[in-house]
Design a protein around this ligand. Structure first.
Ligand code: HAM
Length: 444
């Protein structure tokens, strides 16, 4: 039997309920904050990602699905959305209609990483980007939005890690100092770090190899080298977050795995899926739009790992102890009345029509179609099985009501509608069952 390829997976109907509820909650929140949805292609010219994410990043060096199309153009399945959103912003001159653009997009991304829990080769991101705002208030607001979304999903314990990487004014002096430090630690660094020292020394701070971590624990931090403007910018981000009661930790090692960032970067970390991993990450990319051929425009955004978020929410709903962060754990404290929980309530049939006999099956088909069109979730069964076995199926589907339509009931012009919970019964005539059912279910 042909199966899915490694790192690619199906998301089955029983899991989709959570995905849809998260997606609705996120879209509603984004739209309330003035974001508009944008949909972008799954494939782009390789050059777009190489130039934006950076030639020496793990993503571009070893994780992209890149291939020539039949004409020889080099194409890549998108490993992230920011580059494409920036391309679309430039291509459609979006800044012309309003200098501020807030965009969100949800969809699959592709990275050829080693698959494990919470890490897939096709994974999904919920992505938000803001163009045209330099003010640190928007940096704080994006972190506030993430915080609010997680709260609405019942994950109040997740905390943001934030850092500032400086700008093109202050980064070079920092890089020089870092390089000096790295020179002195050369014999303790892995091959990757040694290679990156020349091209992108900042990335060494993010190395996961334990010996490198140890060697770099006293490495200089960008925070001690910020220019006055970047310092003030970061101070306001922190002050505003504190004033709005958004918890955060300043984390000087947070350099992110993509090269386009400047100033504020942030991640939401969790240990809920085993080893510590990020459920969301983002930051400012003030130079990227110009680098990709657009006008000089400020940019900032984040992406949430949808697969990871859905897995954490599922664990919470199932009442499992969820280790949220830094070893602290929390159990599910879902408010069953919350909007999010309402979105999760299973969609069961309002009515299950039980047809008994050939004539009844044809009528059941007609009525089911008419009820479905009228917005009443209705199922029936064409197998011709007995009343007992069809009652069993109705039970399995958790149908709220059954409508029994045997040849005899049809002849007597008296169908039986039974509420499966209260066992109350109503008689319905065969001439206009849809209207009668709408009235009985209070749908008119
Ligand atoms: P990123 O940190 O590469 O940032 O990815 C964001 C999130 O996507 C991660 O925190 C993680 O939750 C999820 N993710 C990444 N790779 C995988 C994977 N293989 N399997 C499952 N989940 C994964 C970006 O992509 C930036 N474009 C974010 C951004 C937007 N920055 C500014 N605007």
């Amino acid at each position: 039997m042909i199966q899915t390829i490694r790192g690619f997976r199906d998301i089955l109907p029983e899991d989709i309920v959570i995905w849809q509820a998260i997606e609705k909650t996120a879209s509603k929140l984004f739209e309330d904050f003035g974001f508009k949805e944008i949909r972008i292609p799954i494939m782009e010219k390789t050059e777009l990602f190489a130039r934006s994410i950076g030639e020496t990043t793990d993503i571009v060096e070893k994780e992209m699905y890149t291939f020539p199309d039949r004409k020889g153009d080099k194409l890549t399945l998108r490993p992230e959305a920011t580059a494409s959103v920036v391309r679309a912003y430039i291509q459609h001159n979006m800044g012309a209609s309003d200098s501020v653009q807030k965009l969100y997009t949800i969809g699959p991304m592709f990275r050829r990483e080693r698959p494990q829990k919470g890490r897939y080769r096709q994974f999904y991101q919920i992505n938000a980007e803001v163009f045209g705002i330099e003010s640190p208030y928007i940096d704080a607001q994006l972190i506030l939005i993430l915080n609010e979304l997680f709260k609405r999903l019942g994950l109040s314990e997740l905390k943001a890690h934030i850092n500032s990487l400086g700008c093109k004014e202050c980064r070079p002096t920092f890089q020089k100092e870092l390089l000096g430090f790295l020179e002195g630690k050369k014999e303790h660094l892995c091959e990757n770090c040694l290679r990156r020292m020349d091209k992108n020394p900042l990335r060494t701070l993010d190395c996961k190899v334990p010996e490198c971590r140890e060697a770099l624990k006293d490495a200089p931090s960008t925070l001690n080298h910020l220019c006055d403007k970047c310092k003030d910018h970061f101070e306001i981000v922190k002050n505003v977050l504190t004033e709005q009661n958004v918890e955060f930790t300043v984390d000087k090692t947070l350099v992110r795995g993509l090269d386009y960032y400047s100033r504020t970067t942030f991640e939401i970390l969790t240990t809920a899926l085993g080893a510590q991993s990020a459920v969301a990450g983002g930051g400012r990319y003030d130079a990227l739009i110009k680098e990709l051929g657009g006008p000089e425009t400020y940019g900032i955004g984040f992406a949430i790992g949808f697969d990871r978020l859905a897995e954490i929410v599922a664990q919470m709903i199932n009442g499992e102890d969820v280790e949220v962060k830094d070893g602290s754990s929390t159990t599910s404290e879902f408010n069953s009345e919350s909007d999010f929980m309402n979105l999760l309530s299973p969609k069961v049939p309002d009515i299950f029509i039980i047809p008994l006999g050939e004539k009844a099956i044809r009528l059941a088909y007609m009525w089911t179609s008419a009820l479905n069109i009228a917005g009443i979730r209705t199922e029936t069964d064409y197998s011709g099985r007995s009343l007992k076995s069809l009652m069993k199926r109705a039970d399995k589907l958790n149908a709220a009501n059954v409508l029994i339509a045997g040849d005899k009931e049809i002849e007597d012009n008296a169908l039986v509608l039974r509420n499966m919970k209260t066992k109350e019964q109503f008689f319905i005539t065969t001439d206009n069952p849809v209207e009668q059912i709408e009235t009985l279910l209070n749908r008119v």
